[in-house]
Design a protein around this ligand. Structure first.
Ligand code: BTN
Length: 241
């Protein structure tokens, strides 16, 4: 299936068979002043994940990055990340896969990671100049190429026509970015983290407790030993109850 051929997206499309990282290419476009462009690739050879991790991006996946220049304060930019997680979740559900969101923005099916999001931005004097929202979805990735703990649409429900999947994600994302106030409610309805026992890896050690809430900027509220802590960033693991 051709991931970009005939795509009718609400963004200008730049397609690459192979690229180092669609986020890197999107950042170049952003610094050139472009906006409302999506960079798509069949394969990345220098895919990047959160926390400077490498992101395996073999052929068959959906690797894409959207360039935006939203008129918002930087504190609201995380809502765009949550919006992409919601959009990917809904597109997966439309494909018959029971996807949920693990805080902050991993898309899971059962306990396997279907997709991850990497947002990068630049701003000055309290306003965002550009935002790049990158999404990596293990759509049709060959099972033998999946990283440990990962799953794919192909594993869960059979191969997807990637162009159809990408179109669904982008249309949903486009609607959500125009309604940032509604994003958190949509995210809450789709998360499997709230109410769960979690372990959050923080620079000063692990925090184990119950995930009880998210704040209006998307930070996680964890109750541990009777105290509530607000976690803005970190890796979260769902624990057995
Ligand atoms: C994570 O660590 O969960 C985030 C993974 C983000 C991967 C996507 S694939 C498209 C875009 N280009 C990259 O290099 N990374 C993001």
């Amino acid at each position: 299936d051709a991931v970009a051929f005939g795509l009718d997206a609400p963004f200008a499309v730049e397609y690459h068979d192979t690229v180092a990282s669609t986020n890197d290419r999107a950042r170049e476009l952003a610094t050139d002043g472009r906006e409302n462009v999506v960079v798509l690739a069949d394969r990345q050879v220098g895919g990047r994940g959160r926390r400077d991790r490498a992101w395996e991006s073999p052929s068959g996946g959906v690797w894409m990055s959207v360039v935006l220049r939203p008129d918002i304060p930087p504190a609201r930019a995380p809502l765009l990340t949550l919006a992409m997680a919601v959009a990917v979740t809904d597109a997966a559900r439309a494909h018959g896969v029971d996807a949920t969101i693990k805080w902050p923005n991993d898309v899971l099916v059962s306990d396997g990671k279907l997709a991850g999001i990497l947002t990068e931005m630049e701003g000055e004097s309290g306003r965002v100049s550009w935002v790049v929202v990158g999404a990596g979805v293990n759509a049709n990735v060959d099972p033998t190429d999946l990283s440990e703990g990962a799953t794919s649409l192909r594993n869960e429900a059979g191969p997807v026509e990637r162009r159809v999947f990408v179109q669904r994600v982008l249309e949903r994302f486009d609607a959500l970015r125009g309604d940032l106030d509604g994003v958190l409610a949509a995210w809450r309805e789709r998360t499997s983290t709230l109410g769960r026992r979690v372990r959050v890896h923080l620079p000063d050690g692990d925090l184990v407790g119950e995930a009880v809430d998210v704040t209006e900027t998307g930070a996680l509220v964890v109750e541990s030993e009777g105290e509530r802590r607000v976690v803005h960033a970190g890796d979260c693991e769902h624990l057995r109850p």
